[in-house]
Design a protein around this ligand. Structure first.
Ligand SMILES: Cc1ncc(C[n+]2csc(CCOP(=O)(O)OP(=O)(O)O)c2C)c(N)n1
Ligand SMILES: [Mg+2]
Length: 558
């Protein structure tokens, strides 16, 4: 009496039952059965104009909801297009599942259509990557992919789905349906004794600093950090930029970190962003604690810091934070002055910035753009702010407030994800403004997504700084090789606003500071995906130093 199901129906049913009802997709031969199986379900296929865009959208979905975003692409070239976008998600520790169609298993090794070693291709940029082996167990594959993506340090997972398995008919009673518990991994707790040991080390420090990894750059993560700051009397920050100590959001972090005598890494990978905890950036006597979901990263911190390594423990970040807070009462040293000192460094911006303005008629200084945008970002706590790209966006990251839902392209420094991310953001957040700030070069990566957004009625405001240049790289050339050897970084001051309008969105061209705020108002009121194309001076990104070097310095090499 059981109805024969296709493998594709099993996949869709499992996703639907687990509550994954939005799938960012781009069609192709190998996955048309999945499109067909979505009919009659509550699953919404949001189809994009490039496979990487589908992955970036799923990445934003994961960061904003805390549950894996789902991307679905075809095999071979579709998978090859999607794979690079996994790197951004891996760096930002964002949960997502990439489902890629795949050559029929019967054609493997025989020159099958679009045959490609897909699992191997995605492996270096994902937490796990494999090819489904039977139609009956597709449901448990889906559950496992979701479980791995969301457990421990979140991240992207890839699962290839051979098209013959998707087309195969499976008797309902032959299918292995996953249990609810198959979708969730049990968290790794920080045990009381370990929490007490960490608290004791913190109590013995004069100037401790807790540094969190990118997966805490979301509302629950920021809330946890605020509670830890008060409950442990330790300043906290998130390091999620490839600029490391020069992250424009962190003010004069360079000055602060020099004075720190204990770094507590909470789910923060020990890596180049920390300058490997080396002198002169960090006091050679500064001790290090690592609490991390991955044993290999605790081990790396221990090996890199040697005798300065004070303690290490494998634990998931949220339960670890909760355990520290639970055990803190009675074990805490009051550090009001140190907390205020750290806060002053984080919020430190050169006083001279209030005077900064454009010297070029018809062009704005980046800071003039963000001065105008600032009140719009601050207006609603649910606002989503996405910062993407080179020098222009760095000014945004240092001038704009950080709403709980701020996303940056992240540790990998990979530019180009912001327009697809804005699409996913609007699907998650129906009302509050969604802003993306990006450079003109970066705009080109996924500008066709304006068509996706307009087609789906998903308004957002993209503020594009057009300096007719890949300016971040141009600045590296000027610094390292000299102005006369700058090559290959020039663009044109193209009318990206007209591109947005042509694709069904709203366009604004801004050439004077006074026109910025009204353009934002009109863009928000348009109810469409909008591009505010701002002609800007080509200037280096800000590096905040104090007090003598209170100036715009050249960017660090990336
Ligand atoms: C995927 C990827 N390609 C290339 C780079 C190198 N890169 C970093 S910033 C940048 C320039 C960005 O130009 P634009 O978006 O115009 O911003 P601007 O620096 O001009 O403000 C480039 C090419 C990168 N980080 N990621
Ligand atoms: Mg540019």
């Amino acid at each position: 009496m059981s109805q024969p199901l296709r493998g594709a129906d099993i996949v869709m049913r499992c996703l639907e039952q687990a509550g994954h009802k939005t799938i960012f997709a781009l069609s192709g031969n190998h996955i048309m059965s999945l499109f067909d199986a979505a009919i009659g379900t509550s699953i919404d296929l949001v189809h994009t104009r490039h496979e990487a865009a589908a992955v970036h959208a799923a990445d934003a979905w994961g960061r904003l909801t805390g549950r894996p975003g789902i991307a679905m692409v075809t095999g071979g070239p579709g998978h090859a297009n999607a794979t690079p976008a996994l790197m951004t998600a891996l760096g930002q520790e964002s949960p997502l599942v990439l489902l890629s169609g795949h050559t029929e298993t019967t054609q493997l090794g025989r020159g099958g259509f679009q045959e490609l070693r897909q699992a191997e291709m995605a492996a270096p940029v994902s937490k796990a990557s494999w090819t489904a082996g039977s139609a009956e167990t597709l449901g448990t594959d889906i559950a496992k992919a979701i479980r791995i993506a969301s457990s421990g340090r979140p991240g992207p997972v890839h699962l290839s789905l051979p098209s013959d398995l998707l087309d195969a008919h499976v008797a309902d009673n032959a299918a292995v349906w996953p249990e609810q518990s198959d979708f969730i991994a049990a968290p790794i707790a920080l045990h009381d004794a370990a929490a007490d040991a960490v608290l004791e080390i913190i109590a013995g420090a004069a100037r401790p600093l807790l540094i969190a990894g990118p997966h805490l750059a979301n509302p629950p993560g920021r809330t946890l950090l605020a509670r830890l700051e008060q409950g442990l009397q330790v300043p906290t920050c998130i390091m999620e930029s490839p600029r490391g100590f020069n992250d424009a959001t962190l003010g004069t972090f360079n000055e602060l970190i020099r004075r720190v005598d204990l770094i507590v890494l909470l789910g923060k990978a020990f890596d180049f962003t920390l300058k490997f905890a080396a002198a002169p950036w960090i006091d050679p006597a500064c001790r290090v604690v690592s609490i991390d979901p991955e044993g290999t990263l605790v081990e790396r911190a221990a090996r890199e810091t040697g005798a300065r390594f004070a303690f290490g423990c494998v634990a998931d970040t949220y339960p670890a934070g909760a355990a520290l807070l639970r055990r803190a009462p009675g074990r805490i040293v009051d550090r009001e002055a140190w907390l205020a000192e750290a806060q002053a460094e984080f919020t430190n911006r050169p006083a001279s910035w209030t005077q900064l303005a454009s010297n070029t008629p018809g062009k704005l200084h980046a800071i003039e753009v963000f001065r105008a945008l600032k009140p719009f970002v601050a207006r609603d706590p649910n606002t989503v702010l996405i910062c993407d790209g080179g020098e222009f966006a760095q000014w945004g990251q240092s001038v704009l407030p950080v709403p709980p839902r701020r996303m940056i392209n992240g540790v990998t420094g990979a530019i180009g994800s912001s327009l697809p991310m804005a699409i996913a953001s609007r699907l998650v957040e129906p009302r509050a403004p969604v802003f993306a700030v990006l450079g003109d070069g970066t705009f080109g990566f996924h500008m066709a997504e304006f068509e996706t957004a307009a087609r789906r009625g998903l308004p957002f405001v993209a503020v594009v700084g057009t300096d007719a240049r890949w300016n971040a790289e141009y600045n590296l050339q000027v610094r390292d090789y000299g102005r006369d050897r700058a090559v290959g970084c020039e663009l044109t001051a193209a009318r990206y606003d007209l591109v947005a309008a042509a694709l069904g969105g709203h366009g604004e061209l801004v050439e004077r500071p006074d026109d910025m705020a009204p353009a934002i108002e009109r863009a928000l009121a348009s109810g469409k995906p909008a591009c505010i194309n701002v002609m800007v001076e080509s200037i280096p990104s800000p590096v905040v130093r104090k007090p003598a070097r209170d100036a715009v310095a050249s960017p660090p090499k990336r």
